[in-house]
Design a protein around this ligand. Structure first.
Ligand code: CP3
Length: 355
């Protein structure tokens, strides 16, 4: 077992003292980087890149090689690998996002869905995790991830991305039993998928509940949070002699932080609509917080980026328990130099809060 040379990301998630605030960025390996676009071209397309462990490892490490400040790596993959392994036939139409060949529209469709086995049906993801861990050689911790059951269900029922979640919300209200069966299968699939990633070497895991914020407060509790809780209850919480922290990220979940803090997760991801200082006051010392700069700030110049980093650090205040991140993924049009200015600013400006 290699020694972890930089563990400030794991330490902050567990609210242990750190020297500076750790930083990483959602979608840090992605289209804003020319080296990513070159590797994707070599792979042919996005899913071929995900399914090739050596190339998935290559793109995972690209941002770390470019930005020495990064305190964590995140597995390069996608949340839609699970529905694909359930037989939905995932493909990406260029410029149009994800699509499925099969759509889930009835109780019979849901009853027929298998719950995938991570090593057998998603072996390429497990192999990518093992390859990345080996190549990281202890530089920084590796984050594994999955979509939340509700977020995955929206893609499976809509057949792709959606603005209004018309079909998935209709199913939720017309046929809650069917939706619950789908969410139950997805929760079992996500639990074994994340445990597979942990056994393969993921040192923390993040649950992306990208569309939980589209729900009413009552529906969020019943159809999203309850299943994420169930997943967290079923996760391996220690591996290789270390705690494996869980980060729960509901985009648009700012109103429900108190309930999320009771989920068993070590940390909550915040989007940029929350004030991080107020969020800290609300959750107390129950959980750490991750976030939450508006990704669009990276369109602005480095001085403006630095000012916004300073504002968020001051809002969080003294002490550990903060992992700096964007409030959602970086967008393809951002200048890579601006991402560099962001990471530098976090380390330079945060030391004063950790004395
Ligand atoms: O953060 C990382 O660097 C890890 C890799 C990662 C990707 N997708 C790579 C990716 C992660 C963690 C995801 C999660 C994901 N995928 C989510 C949840 C996070 C979120 O954004 O809320 C969702 C909803 C998806 C589904 C998905 N995958 C969509 C909607 C798209 C199309 C988006 C677009 O801008 O075209 C993808 C494709 C995707 N996943 C890309 C990357 C780098 C772009 C594909 C490409 O290279 O063309």
């Amino acid at each position: 077992m290699t020694v972890l040379k930089n563990d400030r990301f794991l330490r902050a998630l567990l609210k242990q003292p750190v020297d500076v605030t750790p930083v990483w960025m959602m979608r840090q390996a992605g289209r804003y980087l020319p080296e990513y676009r070159a590797t994707r071209a070599k792979a042919g397309d996005f899913m071929s890149l995900c399914m090739n462990p050596a190339l998935a490892c290559e793109v995972t490490l690209q941002p770390l090689d470019r930005y020495p400040q990064l305190d964590a790596a995140i597995l390069f993959s996608d949340i839609l690998t699970i529905p694909d392994a359930m037989g939905q036939g995932l493909y990406f139409e260029s410029g149009e996002g994800p699509r499925f060949r099969k759509v889930v529209s009835s109780l019979a469709d849901i009853e027929a869905l298998p719950v995938p086995d991570p090593e057998q049906d998603l072996g390429y993801v497990m192999e990518a995790v093992r390859t990345i861990r080996r190549e990281l050689n202890g530089r920084v911790p590796l984050i594994g991830f999955s979509g939340s059951p509700w977020t995955l269900a929206t893609y499976m029922v809509e057949g792709g991305s959606s603005k209004d979640f018309r079909k998935s919300k209709a199913m939720l209200y017309d046929n809650p039993q069917a939706m619950h069966l789908l969410l139950d299968k997805l929760a079992r699939a996500v639990t074994s998928y994340l445990n597979g990633q942990i056994l393969a070497g993921a040192q923390a895991v993040q649950i992306f509940d990208s569309w939980g914020g589209s729900l009413s407060s009552a529906a969020y509790q019943e159809f999203s949070l309850a299943y994420m809780k169930r997943i967290i209850d079923g996760l391996l919480r220690e591996h290789e002699g270390r705690r494996v922290p869980v980060i729960l990220f509901t985009k648009g979940g700012g109103l429900w932080l108190e309930a999320m803090a009771e989920s068993g997760a070590e940390a909550l991801g915040l989007d940029w609509t929350c004030d991080i200082g107020s969020a800290r006051a609300r959750v107390g010392d129950r959980v750490a917080l991750q976030g939450n700069m508006d990704p669009s700030v990276l369109y602005a110049n480095p001085a403006a980026i630095r000012a916004e980093v300073a504002r968020i650090l001051a809002s969080y205040g003294e002490g550990t328990g903060h992992v700096f991140n964007l409030g959602h993924g970086i967008t393809p049009e951002v200048d890579p130099a601006h991402a560099g200015a962001f990471f530098e600013a976090v380390h330079e400006l945060s030391a004063q809060y950790h004395r």
